[in-house]
Every structure is written in C-alpha cells, then in structure tokens.
Design a protein around this ligand. Structure first.
Ligand code: GDP
Length: 439
C-alpha cells in the first residue's frame, strides 16, 4: 500500500519515522484520537491505518505512520527504513522522528538521523516513553541527534503531544473555527482573589454585566463551586468559583480565613489570577499572602487596585511603588487601576487577562532560544550548551550547562530578565531549570 497515494493531497503531510518499537503507531493513534479506524483485515495487510487526517487547533494535516509500511524487525537497517518510507518522506512538510527515551541512542538512531538530515526536511525529534515527571532531564541526550527541536513525549499517556503539535503545525493553515458552545470553547480560566470587601463581587458583577456578554453559569470543578463564562471581543473567559467569590463570612476573622481558603482553591482551577486590592487601605500583608499563592502555584497574575474612584489620579505612582514594595516577588505582575462600582477599567482588565494568558502559554522555539543565549555573557567560566522550553503554563526553560555547579541566584535573575526583555512574558512567572551534562 502506498501511503502517499492514500494521503489527502490538499493537506500538509506529517510523517512519523523511527526504528521499530519506539512507539510510532502509538503516537499515530494518539494524534488521530477518535478518528482512528481499521481499513482492512486481509492477511498481509496491516490492520491499522497508516495514514489519516488529523486536526489540531483547527489545523488539518495528513498524518502518516511509516511503522505501518516497515516490517517490525529490529534487524532492519536504517537505509532500508528510509527506502520503504521514501514516498511518504518526499511529500512531508514535517518529519516526526521518534526515538525511545528509555534507552540510550543506538547507532541505528544516529544513522537514521544523519540520513534524515540529508533530506532537508523539517524534523522534530519526539523522545517517547518519557512517562515520569522529570521529562526534560531525560531528553537532553537526544540533542546529539543534531536536530534542535526535541520534544519529550509519552505517546501512551498522551504526555507532551500538544507541545509537539503546537510546534509542528504552527505554520499550517488554520480552518474556520467550529461553532462551539461557550462551555466547550477554549476559555481563559480566571480567579478573582483578594481579602474581604475589596470589591470582588462587585467586579464580578461589573464584568458579567458587560454589554454583549453572554453569561453562562456552569458547574465548576469542585462540588460546590460555580464557574461563569462570558465571551467578549472574541475571547472567552471563565470566572472560576463565582459562588465562592460571592460568599461572605459572618465575622471579620471568618471572612478573612474564607478569603484565603477561596483564593487557594480557585487559583488551582485557573490560568490567570486577578489579585484585587483596595485603594483606600493600600496594599496590606494579607494581600501579599493571597498573591503569594498565585506565585507558588505558578499562575499568571495581575494586581488590580479597586475603588480608584475614591483616590486622586495623581497618586498612581505612589501606589505602584507601594505595591512593588509589598509584593517584591511579583515583579512580573502588571498593575491596573479600576473602579468596579463605576465600571471603569474593566475592559482594560479583560484585555490584560488575555495578554497575560498569551504569555502564560507562550512557546519559543529551541532555535530562537539558542540564538538568543549565544548573545549573552554572564558568569565568565560557565557556558550554556543549549536551552530549550519543554513546557508552558507557566513557561519553563531548561538550561543545559557545562558544569554541575548551581547557577548563582543573581545569574538566574539575570537570565529570566533577559528572557522577559527579549520575548515579553508579561504577567507570567518563568521557571528556569539548570541541568548539567554530568548530573
Ligand atoms: P468582596 O468582599 O471582595 O466581594 O467585596 P464587595 O464586592 O462585596 O464590595 C465591598 C464594598 O465595596 C461594597 O460596599 C461595594 O459597594 C464597595 N465597592 C466595590 N467596588 C467599589 C469601587 O470601585 N468603588 C467604591 N467606591 N466602592 C466599591
């Protein structure tokens, strides 16, 4: 069976290659998901499909599993693998080169890599069977294959596949959005947090009361929580645990405890946290405590100063300074001023939530990152071998260094600041991990 003949000619093609038993078919099936089907059961013909139309983020592409055309034979040499997959590879927009993350690179892997390079195709390396959390560590060795785009995945458990597809399909044309209900749409999940009486309920009402907003309450992720979704300016926002925001404690102490508890709970359900503070009192210790949870949980964060209608505009700089002082660890959070009561600054807040969410899931390609670190000078006797961003939400970078020694705290800050300057990660924490070749 000729996979290329089977492929839909109008779509870009992604071809999965790799030695036998590295998990090509599992990856193929994981990407196709429900659409997988069996095409024939005559003896001698592989039962599983070897080509199928996949869709990711509204981008359609043809996916070919060369595992279906290559006999499962560990003795097979790389040139035979490539010969059999030739037709498919010639038409490929992208090649996904699967290797086994549980074993060392074999000479067959290296040979295959060398031959793939000669094809001048775009190649992403998928390091499969990385099921444990410390994925990025294990993926380091696979840069030896000579392709900058290395993605740790677990085809079986569906780990890391989205990141791989984000990258591979980035330039494929996107189709028309499907009509989706608000409930199932890709929505930014927002937690409004803050101590009692700062105006959380008022803000929520101001947002949900926006003109043209479509409000729909839906059951939240914990039993007694309710999420409410709106669609504004083409974006969908889900405010998590709105019942919790509206709940009031009976005594001051109880209300304060409740506000801390609610913040911790809703932050975990959200992508972006909005820490609401009160203009009249200014930032206080409890605000910092509550904001600290968002930081610890690695969520995007915005500090919003409410009741700004009560304060003369010229005080803005003083407030900014006081907030930066009180929340030293949150220097990435934008500060906004608003009046929930008068509904001023609310649109701006929503736009900022969307911006921070974009930073929160922003991905920089390995190529771009490595060109960027080449321009940096820091500790004179240290060298960055490569840098990669294995995950988003929040953006997480892994530096592979030449020496085992930990990076100095100030160097770490320096690198994070340069990353922010260069790539703009407003409103999101950045995680930096340092690995060395010998660790
Ligand atoms: P929550 O406990 O954080 O949910 O706070 P509420 O939304 O219940 O608000 C507490 C009090 O602050 C209420 O009396 C509100 O009317 C008042 N409030 C809320 N937002 C504003 C605002 O922007 N300006 C002024 N002046 N008062 C506000």
């Amino acid at each position: 069976m000729d996979p290329a003949a089977q492929a839909n000619k109008d779509l870009p093609t992604v071809v999965i290659v790799g030695r036998p038993n590295v998990g090509k078919s599992t990856l193929f099936n994981a990407i196709l998901g429900q659409r997988r089907s069996i095409v024939g059961d005559e003896p001698g013909i592989t039962r599983d499909r070897i080509a199928g139309t996949a869709e990711y983020n509204r981008r359609k592409f043809e996916l070919i599993d060369t595992g279906g055309i290559i006999p499962d034979d560990n003795q097979l040499i790389p040139s035979q693998i490539l010969k059999q997959a030739r037709v498919a590879l010639e038409n490929a927009a992208w090649v996904v080169f699967v290797v086994d993350g549980r074993s060392e690179l074999s000479s067959a892997d290296l040979d295959l890599a060398r031959m793939l390079r000669q094809l001048n195709k775009r190649v992403a390396v998928a390091v499969n069977k990385i099921d444990v959390p410390k994925r990025e560590v294990l993926a380091a060795e696979f840069f030896r294959l000579g392709f900058p785009d290395v993605f740790p995945i677990s085809a079986e458990h569906h780990g890391g596949i989205d990141t791989l597809l984000d990258h591979v399909t980035a330039e494929f044309p996107a189709g028309e959005p499907r009509a989706e209900s608000v409930e199932t749409a890709r929505s930014i999940r927002v937690a409004i947090i803050g101590r009692p009486n700062v105006g959380k309920s008022t803000l929520l009402n101001a947002i949900l009361g926006q003109e043209r907003a479509i409000v729909s309450p839906i059951a939240g992720t914990t039993r007694d929580s309710v999420d409410e979704s709106i669609s504004i300016d083409g974006r969908d926002y889900t405010f998590v645990d709105t019942a919790g925001i509206r709940r009031k404690g009976k005594t001051k102490l109880m209300a304060e405890k409740l506000s801390v508890f609610m913040a911790r709970r809703s932050i975990r359900m959200a992508h972006v946290a909005v820490l609401l503070i009160e203009a009249e009192e200014g930032p206080v210790a409890l605000d910092a405590t509550i904001g600290g949870y968002a930081h610890e949980e690695g969520r995007a964060l915005i500090v919003a100063v409410n009741k700004w209608d009560l304060i003369p505009e010229k005080k803005r700089k003083d407030y900014e300074r006081a907030i930066r002082d009180q929340f030293k660890f949150l220097e990435y959070a934008p500060i906004l001023f608003l009046s929930a009561k008068n509904k001023t600054g609310v649109r701006r807040l929503l736009a900022t939530i969307a911006d921070c969410f974009a930073s929160y899931e922003k991905r920089v390609s390995t190529g771009e990152l490595n060109r960027f670190v080449e321009t940096l000078t820091f500790e004179p006797d240290r060298r960055i071998l490569y840098i990669t961003q294995p995950s988003v939400r929040p953006p997480t970078f892994v530096l592979f260094m030449d020496k085992v020694r930990k990076l100095h705290f100030s160097t770490e800050r320096f690198l994070i600041n340069r990353l922010r300057e260069r790539f703009g990660f407003q409103g999101t924490p950045i995680v930096l991990k340092v690995k060395s070749r010998h660790s």
